[in-house]
Each structure stands twice: as C-alpha cells, then as structure tokens.
Design a binder for this molecule. Structure first.
Ligand SMILES: *Cc1c(COP(=O)(O)O)cnc(C)c1O
Length: 460
C-alpha cells in the first residue's frame, strides 16, 4: 500500500539484493538475560542477540558485487602487490596527497600520526575529537581540545554546517605557534557532534589560520563523501560539482589526512594515513613496519585493499549518497512525527537522540544516555550507542560537559526502510513509557575508552 501523502516517504534503493543474512528477534526473556550477562553494556552483547544493529556504521557496510569480485583478484604478495598500487592510485586521485600509507583501520592511522606529532605540553584541536582520536592524542601526552562553533552544542539549531570550527577560538590558540599546536585536525563529518558537516568556507578560513601560524592542517576524512554531499546541497556554488570535485576543495587545503575506510570506504576493514610531507611519510612508514606491516599492505590482506579501492569510488556516487542520507532523513521524519527529540538537522550517518529532552527526569549522575541505550535494546533488540557522559565524561576535566546523545548509526546498504520503520516504532514505544525509566550506574570502568568495557547496574 502506498503511504498517505503526509507520511514520510522512504527512499528507493539504488540497488537490488543478491545475498541475504538471517536476523531474528530474541524473546523478551532472552533480551533480559542478554542484558544481565553483558553488564548492561551493549558492546558486550552477542550479535545473535541483536535484531537491528545500529551500534555503528563502522565496518558494517554491505559490499557490492564489484567489491566481492575485486576480492578475488587479491595479489597476496608481501611486497609490491598490484592491489596496493591500485589503492595508492585511487587515494592519490581522490585526495591529491602524494604519500599514502595503508593501515588496518582508522585508529592505527591515528596511532602512527600522533605518536610522531604528539608530545607533552602541546595542544591538538579538532572540531570535535572522536573517541579513538582523543585517546591517541592523549596517549602521546598532548591535550585534545574541541573547538566546534557554539551552534554545535545547540541541538535544535538549524545551522547547515554544525561541524564547523570556531575560527576566532582557533586563531587564539594558534598564537602559541607550532611549539604549542603541532597539528590542527578537522573531522569530516563531525561524528561526535551528530554527523554534522563542515563547509568549504570554514575549511578555507581554518587553512588560512593554520598557514599564518605555520601549523599543518590534517583532516579526519572518515565521512568525507557524506560531508561533500551536504556541501553540494547547502553551500552556494557547489551544486554542479561532483563529490570528488568537492572533496578536493577540502583536500587541496590540507597537509594530510587519516581515514577509516570502514566508513566512506564501504569496506569491513581498512584505513590509511596520507600526507604531503615527505620526511614525515618516511617516519610514518618506519612506524608502520613496527605496528602494522610492510608499506604495501599495512596490516591488511591485499584483497581488502582492492575492495577498498572499489568502495572509495562507490561512496562518491550520487544515487548511493542520496539514498544513504535519504534513509537517515526518513528515520528522522518518522521520529519527528512523534515529537521525539534528536539533533537537528539530521546528520550523515545516523540519528542522535537528544537524551536531556528524552529523559529530563534523570540527572547526569544516573547516566541517562546509557539508560536509554539499555531500554531500546530491552524494547526491541535494537543496539545503539551512548555518546555522552560514559564515552566522554572523563575527557576534558573542567571543560564543557559533553553532549548527552544516543546514536542510532545506520550501516551502509544494510537495512531497508521497513527495518527503519521498525526502529521508529521501538523508539516510540520507549518514548511513550519514558517517565518510568530509571537510571544506571557504572560499577566497573577501565582507564581509557571505558565505554567499550565498562559494566553497569540498573538503579534500584
Ligand atoms: C571510526 C572513526 C575513527 C577511527 O576509525 P576506526 O576504523 O574505528 O579505528 C576516527 N575518527 C572518526 C571520526 C571515526 O568515525
């Protein structure tokens, strides 16, 4: 039956399904048992006990037939694999960066870069650091600071580029020069802040500030194609440009980048660090050999590099991006119809529920984001992730309190609009009983990246 005109319209898939994977809704009793066994931490639940998995869009994409075909032409030579040559050429063509160093995922790229540029007494700014970025910056002794524009913290602001950097604040910090700020990072899109894009105008101003201070600018380009899609829609003069052309408006202003190909590379594993700095590239390769492997495979099977070469291109296709962002907007429209609060405008890779307005009766000390994650699983075996006090509460002592969000990340090309309709139903059922939801407390927490391994208990 066609939906009534007032109902949100699901986007039509620009692909058809060739292979299917069975999923199953566990019973209420099974869900309760799974929660208990996991210490109420959804990272500790077996995927067999999850019905719709919105934990992350990282490494969870469905590969295309072309990518699977690419896997079959893996040249598994230790050195000089032709798949690396293709990967290098693909990334060079898309980004313009001359030195491409493959890694097994994004955080490995961060490890290589920050172990060379980070040091005690320095500050590394970003619009907002992602959790692993922050961890690598701090592990190497630097201080990680977030410099997103104030609108990024206003969850209802309709600002079209809430990923933008606060340039006056950056300029103030850059007065310390390269001795204080060894590198400036900008994340496309701003994952921690709701998957919000950065504009070309903003990166141009950031570049000018970095240039004036003699500080290199690096991009965290995990979701650069989604960012480019928003730029094409929202920024003047960009309508007629292709996604790769818009990408170059960013890359041409940067000195290098880190990337997790598990996002806009449409693969299940892979990443790289890229740079224009020949001396740094040589040192990155030395580090690479110690931690990841030889520079023509970087911790990956060569067939994985081939699949990434294909995926990096597919992620630039406009019909793919229209559908992908369309799915996020479809879920947003379904939730909006019920008055459910989330970060506006919806981001590129998921919906971020606004927990402070969802569970206003729970104080920060009762970890409302984590409570909501537990309830969404309890209600419908949907797995989501807290992006708030648990993930970042220990991040910047004395700094601004982190946003309290629950992220519903949409894996690429995996779920249909009917699945998203089910998700909207489950969120609505939790919303309808929100006033009776109780908090949780953390009973065990490791020192770094504690959200992965922490244990919780429901409050009595
Ligand atoms: C996923 C992600 C990373 C880290 O990449 P992994 O492949 O998970 O190690 C870094 N930055 C951002 C913005 C990310 O989303």
């Amino acid at each position: 039956m066609a939906p009534a005109p007032s109902e949100p319209r699901p986007p039509v898939e620009p692909y058809k399904v060739k292979v299917v994977e069975r999923i199953r809704l566990p019973s209420r009793e099974e869900r309760e048992a799974a929660l208990r066994a996991a210490g109420y931490n959804l990272f500790q639940i077996r995927s067999d006990d999850v019905y719709i998995d919105l934990l992350t869009d990282s490494g969870t994409s469905a590969m295309s037939d072309r990518q699977w075909a690419a896997m079959m032409i893996g040249d598994e030579s230790y050195a000089g694999s032709r798949n690396f040559a293709h990967f290098e050429e693909t990334v060079r063509t898309l980004t313009g960066f001359p030195h491409i160093i493959p890694t097994h995922q994004g955080r490995a790229a961060e490890n290589l870069l920050f172990s060379l540029v980070g040091r005690p007494g320095t500050v590394i700014p970003n619009n907002m650091h992602f959790d692993t970025t922050r961890a690598h910056v701090e592990r190497n002794g630097s201080k990680a600071v977030n410099l997103a524009i104030p609108e990024a913290y206003d969850l209802q602001s309709p600002h079209p580029f809430k990923g933008n950097v606060d340039v006056p604040k950056l300029e103030e910090l850059l007065r310390g020069g390269p001795a204080l700020v060894p590198v400036v990072m900008v994340t496309l899109t701003n994952n921690t802040g709701g998957g919000q894009p950065v504009s070309v105008a903003n990166i141009t101003a950031v570049h000018a500030a970095c240039r004036a201070a003699g500080v290199p600018l690096y991009l965290d380009m995990c979701r650069w194609a989604e960012n480019a899609f928003f730029v094409r829609e929202r920024e003047g003069g960009m309508r007629d440009l292709s996604i790769p052309e818009i990408g170059r408006r960013f890359f041409d202003l940067a000195d290098g980048a880190t990337m997790s190909a598990k996002k806009d590379g449409l693969v299940n594993i892979g990443g790289f660090v890229a740079t224009r700095d020949t001396a740094l590239a040589a040192r990155l390769k030395e580090q690479l050999i110690i931690f990841e492997g030889f520079p023509t495979y970087g911790g990956l099977a060569r067939r994985d590099l081939e699949a990434a070469s294909v995926g990096l291109r597919e992620a630039c296709e406009l019909d793919y991006l229209e559908h992908r962002i369309g799915q996020v907007r479809y879920l947003a429209a379904c939730l909006d119809a019920d008055g459910i609060p989330f970060v506006h405008p919806p981001g590129g890779h998921g919906i971020y529920l606004d927990v402070a307005r969802f569970l206003p009766h729970l104080p920060a000390s009762e970890l409302p984001g984590q409570s909501l994650v537990v309830e969404l699983y309890r209600e419908g075996a949907i797995r989501t992730v807290e992006v708030g006090a648990v993930m970042f509460g220990d991040a910047e002592p004395g700094g601004p309190p982190p946003l309290e969000l629950v992220r519903l990340a949409i894996p690429r090309r995996v779920y249909t609009s009917a699945h998203l309709g089910y998700v909207a139903d489950v969120v609505r059922r939790v919303w309808n009983r929100r006033t009776s939801i109780r908090g949780v407390r953390m009973v065990e927490a490791p020192e770094r990246l504690r959200h992965f391994l922490a244990k919780f208990q429901p409050m009595a």
